[in-house]
Design a protein around this ligand. Sequence first.
Ligand code: XMP
Length: 506
Amino acid sequence: KILILDFGSQYTQLIARRIRELNVYCEIYPYNHYPAPDESVKGVILSGSPFSVRDKNAPRPDLSGIKGKLPLLGVCFGAQYLAQHFGGEVRACNKREYGRANLAYIDKESLLFNGISEHSQVWMSHGDTIEKLPVDCRIIASTADVKNAAFKIEDEITYGIQFHPEVYHSTEGKWLLRNFVVNICGCSQNWTPDSFVETTVKELREKLGTDRVILGLSGGVDSTVAAMLLHKAVGENLTCIFVDNGLLRKNEFKNVLENYKELGLNVVGAEAGDLFLDRLAGVKEPEKKRKIIGSTFIDVFDKEASKIKDARWLGQGTIYPDVIESLSVNGPSQTIKSHHNVGGLPDYMKLKLVEPLRLLFKDEVRRVGKSLGLADKFLQRHPFPGPGLAIRILGEITREKVTLLQEADHIFVSMLQEEGLYNQVWQAGVMLLPVQSVGVMGDERTYESVVALRAVESTDGMTADWCHLPYDFLARVSNRIINNVRGINRVVYDISSKPPATIEWE
Ligand code: XMP
């Protein structure tokens, strides 16, 4: 495998994704907290960073166990650190360099640039430049403006590159990364979804033996794939709990339970809608709603789980971005919304955690699901927030409002499906606004609610843009909602991106 040491760059995860796309396994660690490389580590990559190497408090990793011992590639900050720390000089550029550049020189003998075309486009993003390389370095690529765009330390397998091979705009960047991980480090390209399933199931069997495992299913991709892996490993010893919080989509509880039966999973359904809605009565504040839903979920889950005797493990569908976030150089980011509020269980349950997907990115979870034989209806489902419709009903929640929103949401989502648009949208839903407006139906004045349709494109939910759905489609959705859902007389479309808006309205 490859180790990636993270110095806090926004692109670190992209490096990992590119390498995994090459079917080579890699892991990300904070630069100041990484395990000593054992023989499974074939090479190390140093990421970029928001810091300048000249900053007083810039990261200064100890590379004594790595440099000169294993193949090493520094990217941007990583390259500047190698240059500066081992005898070269880095200074601020007169003009900062962001964006496209083309290579003007490459050393054809260099393994790293093997097969890369002469004027290959690369993506720069730096405010410092490497003025002078350490004495034992050789330049292996330059651009018109940046002489030391890439270098190799002679007598070592240590490389530095000023540009970012991991971003899409470095057109041959993936090839360069392939040169590094496959040709230079000697990794084999055998990390595939099938091999992941095989090794994970084997490891789970060893770890869990004949212990009983419980897992909270949400109907979403991650918990479903996690359940399937665990089921493959321990069979009947896995019990899944699916909680109906009364805030699911229309018919969701029934449909999801049926779908899971089809998969052969042992699922207990806990209908607790009344409890959730009673506790939420009169609550308007979004974070308070989340907290109530989180703690009620734990109460309900706990009650069901305690009926399962001798449970030793709690399975969870945690995925890699959450793991990286919690380990990250900058620490967990500021709480905008308290997601993942359904994570913890009371201490007294004494369950150990098992998280079979904790090393996968979302798209990899889907591919693993496919390799497990899961149908698209499971794998292509849009994400749906844990607190469900509660955070799509702005302000106070009532049973009537839930029903109203379920109807409108059902119309929007089924029309996306019917018209072949569902898979082009990353997430879609409807928001019920705490606003009444005047309308006219027939000869009568109406004074009813407004709903907002939300459909976004995204890859991970961190950033998102609104989908440019066809006008005539939006017109038909609006029409069908207003004509069929009593209590709604106006439909609007949300055209805000994230940031500065968020996907959900609360
Ligand atoms: P935002 O609204 O923060 O949403 O742009 C990003 C993604 O996260 C989902 N989301 C949640 N998921 N608990 C969850 O499990 C929550 O409290 C929560 N809030 C938002 C949202 O649906 C989107 O996919």
